[in-house]
Design a protein around this ligand. Structure first.
Ligand SMILES: NC(=O)c1ccc[n+]([C@@H]2O[C@H](COP(=O)([O-])OP(=O)(O)OC[C@H]3O[C@@H](n4cnc5c(N)ncnc54)[C@H](OP(=O)(O)O)[C@@H]3O)[C@@H](O)[C@H]2O)c1
Length: 320
């Protein structure tokens, strides 16, 4: 059995997720089927999902140790640089699928195993560290805006919790699509930075100058009432996360009187990831990168994400 270095959940700690993180040796992932291949990871990025895993959300104790990480760019067995699509078929999971690091070992390692069909060519003009931001947070934001939010019918978009990976993606993409974008953040410094991405920044809960047609909601309980109040008649409130609580109070009168659609979504399809890669390559849109941390300091990357101070994606360079 080949051994490799990896960052993994060795236990769960809801109060202090960083204490549940271990960096050390793990067996190289096995190939569950003939069509799976092993990819040498060159870049990955962190998601809030990794903190949920360390807290024990979505994992059972018998699945430990679990290598973390959903996103990767790497080198396939033929020597090609590829972007890894992180959703894998998973018989036995009620969804019929799972994201890397839920049932199968994740990307925060020297190598990751995936079905060959999960690999998309890395566009020539996209850096590996940029492309490593796209398969989870950016893909989720892309689908929230396009297939779910029908942003092509929209004039204005509200993004809650502007500093997050999904949120910065949604702002950058909606602005590149020519929409009027509003973004909330608790932090004045993050509000200043989101303006540079093309958004009008507002304080959480503040009244917007207009009602919006699409709301990008990943924060949950802390912002959901504001999302409802900011929505124009027929607006789509698209939910892909609930960082600040998943049981908000919902004013149903507003939902039916304004004929709102509240839509759940998760990740996206391989075709949508291909569309996103092409959009970024062709339109010159690049992920918002908070920091690039060498794998040798991957604990620092987790601490940065956990601090809540990050603006955009925390990337891990596996070649450093
Ligand atoms: N379903 C899917 O496929 C999918 C995919 C990706 C992510 N997600 C989920 O989406 C959420 C965001 O993920 P991410 O990776 O973008 O996370 P992240 O980078 O850690 O961002 C979280 C953002 O939420 C805001 N926030 C956190 N606590 C808040 C509070 N109490 N009140 C107001 N705002 C708060 C913060 O915005 P400010 O600091 O600017 O206020 C923060 O920047 C997570 O829950 C994640 O699990 C789901």
């Amino acid at each position: 059995m080949r051994i490799m270095r990896a960052a993994f959940a060795s236990r769960f700690d809801d109060a202090d997720p960083l204490a549940a993180l271990t960096v050390g040796e793990q067996p190289e992932p096995s190939l569950p089927d003939d069509d799976w291949v092993t990819v040498r990871v060159t870049a990955s990025s962190l998601n809030h999902h990794d903190l949920w895993s360390l807290r024990g959300v979505g994992l059972r104790p018998e699945q430990l140790p679990m290598i973390l990480g959903c996103d990767a760019v790497g080198i396939d067995p033929d020597g090609n640089a590829m972007v890894v699509y992180p959703v894998v078929p998973t018989p036995g999971d009620p969804r019929g699928m799972s994201i890397l690091s839920e049932h199968f070992p994740g990307t925060l390692a020297e190598r990751v195993a995936v079905p060959r069909s999960n690999l998309l060519p890395l566009p020539a003009d996209l850096a590996a560290t940029d492309a490593a931001c796209l398969p989870t947070a950016w893909l989720t934001a892309w689908r929230m805006l396009t297939a779910r939010g029908r942003v092509e019918e929209a004039d204005a978009v509200l993004v809650q919790g502007a500093g997050g990976g999904v949120a910065t993606a949604a702002v950058a993409l909606a602005a590149a699509m020519g929409k009027r974008v509003y973004a909330t953040s608790r932090h004045p410094a993050k509000r200043e930075r989101i303006v540079q991405l093309g958004a009008t920044a507002v304080e959480p809960g503040a009244r917007l100058p207009e009602r919006v047609d699409v709301v990008i909601e990943t924060v949950g309980a802390a912002t959901f009432d504001h999302s409802l109040k900011s929505a124009a008649p027929g607006a789509r409130i698209v939910v892909s996360g609930a960082t600040a609580g998943h049981e908000p109070q919902v004013n149903l009168r507003r939902v039916f009187a304004m004929q709102l659609e509240i839509l759940g979504t998760s990740m996206g399809t391989p075709g949508e990831l291909a569309d996103l890669l092409a959009f970024c390559a062709e339109r010159g849109v690049r992920p918002v990168v908070d920091s690039v941390v060498p794998f040798s300091r991957v604990e620092d990357a987790f601490a940065r994400l956990h601090s809540g101070d990050a603006f955009g994606k925390v990337v891990v360079d596996h070649t450093a």
